[in-house]
Every structure is written in C-alpha cells, then in structure tokens.
Write a protein that binds this ligand. Sequence first.
Ligand SMILES: [Zn+2]
Length: 201
Amino acid sequence: MIESSLIKKSYFSNKNDGTNLNDIVRSVNSSESILLNVAQMEQTHSSHIEQIEAEGIYFSDGIITSKKNVSLVVQTADCMPVLIETDKCIAALHIGWKGLKNNIFDLAIQKLTGENMSVSIGPHAQSCCYEVQKDLAKFFPNEIINRKGKLYLILSNKIIEYCQLNNINFQVSDICTICNNEFWSYRENKTSERQYSLIWI
Ligand SMILES: [Zn+2]
C-alpha cells in the first residue's frame, strides 16, 4: 500500500492488500463509509471520460465527480493510475500508451472545474523495463529513452511537463510494477490481477 502525501484522500494498492476490491476499500479507512460507494471502470484504453454522480461501473478510462459520497477506482497492472484533485472535484484516469497517444490527460484537465489542482501518479511500468518497439515509439518522440539500441517509454513524462509548465502540484511514484515484485505486472506474467487506486472527497 502507498498513501499519497500530496492527495490525502487517495490510496494505491499493491499485492499485500490482496485482490478483493471491497476488502481493500474497507481496509483503507473503516471509519469512512463513503469509500463503500465505489465507481469503477470497464477500461478499454480509450480516451473516453465520464462525469459521474453515483457508484457503478462505467465504460471509460477516466471518471470525474464532485460528489462526496463516492470513491473513484482505477485498475492497473503496468498502466499508469493518475489521480487528480481540485477544490471542487476529483478524477481517476487509466493511462497506457494508447491513453497517452489519445491525450486522455489533457481531455480530463479540460473537463475539471475548480482551483488548486494536485496530480498524483501511482506505480506503473517505468523506463527501466517498459521496452517498446519502433512502430510504437514513433508516436512519442519526447517520451522515449534509447539504451543500447533498445527503446523505453516514459509514460509520465508528458504529465510532468504539463504540471511543471502550469505550476500544478504533482507527485510521481518511482516504483516500477514490472521489476518490483510487490506489484502485479501484466508484462511480467500476463496476470489478470490488478492494483487498485482510489480517490475520494
Ligand atoms: Zn522496472
């Protein structure tokens, strides 16, 4: 488990938290019944974002709410969980290379209301391990590292640049889900298990 020091009401799970979302939600803070109203996503690597007001399962890769009685959940196993908070609303995003290519972060920012934005990026496939082929790398001229002829993608680079440019508070986990054994990694062994990242108001 990792608690973001930037966004107090958020949580990134790992293998130690188990695989049952309800158990994880309860263990985060049993006094906060708010957490039990969970909004999840049926994620498809799209750039579709839903504004929501209630618990449920949404066909999207981003959900935004200003409601206090619902916690947003994103599932990942190498893709990047991105949690955003303003003084008016919260958002949870699922960003892999497709989401990066389709600018889902920029689209989410345009939909957010409020001031004092904070962005917290959880554990994901980092450039130590996230090797990509040339045909994919060509989409990301500013996010690729070349090491000994192999190409590695930095998923968080664009968001970091955006936050720095716009004076937005941000935090990026340096944990790599592929080489850190405390995290599920699809790349490592095609697991169907996922990390759960939560944010609530
Ligand atoms: Zn790694």
